[in-house]
Design a protein around this ligand. Structure first.
Ligand SMILES: Cc1cc2nc3c(=O)[nH]c(=O)nc-3n(C[C@H](O)[C@H](O)[C@H](O)COP(=O)(O)OP(=O)(O)OC[C@H]3O[C@@H](n4cnc5c(N)ncnc54)[C@H](O)[C@@H]3O)c2cc1C
Length: 307
């Protein structure tokens, strides 16, 4: 069962203002495209999240946990069900014990950049590669986000989650499988938080590395336009951006969506793009790559919602 009336009934005791009905997702996605979600629920706490999931499941209402929506395209027809934003789950803390070492714990809704900042202020090294990734801890873990040869899997000690069958539990890193840009957790799992295991470093060296990464990103990425990061996964032996550039597609547009002239694996919204424009451009790239280069380009961005 979906639709905003059913969601209203199911979540009737959730305080008004914490649920936005018929909410245009173009106002929330970093690419600034996407139709309306039946409901966008601003989750206040872990307890509230557990309560809400129980109710949505009872009524068989679809739900989708999201972070900062920096790697998602919501189709123009919108999302039937409830999109869950971890607004109130942003705590980050640091601890050291001789037995375990240096740990940072963060809730799913915490911005990754804040976790990086906490590592810098405590002179901890390991998270520098996350500098400039605009997501949350939950999104980064779900995506196994990475850069400069490192991924989330290299720094986490454990993930704290709401398992669809078993409820709240902690999974140690060794118990989890990871692939390129995906952590292999059961569908409908909600990540609640994580522990990052770091090493003691030198503040100046850590800061220098982060600054280099931020400058590099500023130079290479089209940060001046709304975008959703890399659109395609790299192939085992080929960088997706280079392949698209070699096919002469840099700068190509469909409606308001354009293959960035700065970095061919980014699609930017030049102001008036719809999700359909972006998806059409994606399909054009995929079809040309298959015809001319004999390769299948898979999307890294997550595509949800209705046409
Ligand atoms: C300018 C720019 C640069 C980027 N650079 C990089 C980069 O270098 N490396 C990289 O890997 N990515 C990069 N990205 C993509 C993106 O920022 C990362 O993938 C980020 O980790 C996504 O986090 P998010 O919170 O925005 O997730 P969202 O986009 O909100 O969600 C992504 C996926 O995670 C799921 N999800 C989110 N939160 C939860 C949760 N709590 N529990 C379960 N599932 C959840 C969503 O359902 C969705 O499937 C970039 C994006 C931009 C715009």
């Amino acid at each position: 069962m979906t639709g905003k009336n059913e969601i209203k009934k199911a979540l009737s005791d959730v305080v008004a203002g914490e649920i936005l009905y018929d909410e245009p997702m173009s106002q929330h996605t970093s690419l600034a495209v996407g139709g309306n979600a039946d409901a966008l629920v601003l989750i206040k706490s872990e307890n509230q999240l557990v309560e809400i999931i129980k109710k949505l499941k009872e009524k068989e209402i679809n739900f989708l946990p999201v972070g900062n929506l920096t790697n998602i395209i919501v189709r123009d027809g919108g999302y039937r069900g409830a999109i869950l934003l971890m607004t109130g789950m942003k705590k980050i803390s640091y601890e050291y014990t001789p037995e375990v070492g240096y740990l940072i714990s963060a809730q799913a809704g915490a911005a990754l950049v804040k976790v990086v900042n906490m590592s810098v202020s405590n002179e901890l090294t390991g998270l520098e590669f996350c500098a400039g990734i605009p997501g949350t801890v939950g999104g980064a873990l779900w995506m196994n986000a990475g850069a400069y040869g490192k991924e989330m899997k290299d720094v986490i000690k454990a993930i704290y989650l709401l398992d669809p069958e078993e409820g709240i539990k902690t999974m140690k890193r060794e118990e989890i499988s990871f692939s390129y840009r995906r952590t292999l957790l059961p569908p409908d799992t909600i990540i609640l938080g994580a522990q990052f295991k770091l090493k003691k470093g030198e503040r100046e060296k850590i800061k220098k590395k982060i600054n280099e990464i931020l400058q590099w990103r500023q130079k290479k990425h089209p940060l001046e336009f709304p975008n959703a990061g890399s659109v395609f996964k790299n192939l085992p032996m080929q960088i997706a951006g280079k392949l698209i550039e070699d096919m002469g597609m840099k700068g190509m547009s469909v409606g308001g969506a354009q293959i960035s002239t700065k970095h061919a694996n980014f699609i930017v919204n030049r102001g008036s793009a719809s999700a359909s424009d972006v998806l059409e451009l994606i399909a054009l790239i995929q079809s040309k790559a298959e015809k001319e280069k004999g390769v299948k380009l898979e999307t890294e961005v997550v595509i949800v919602g209705e046409n």
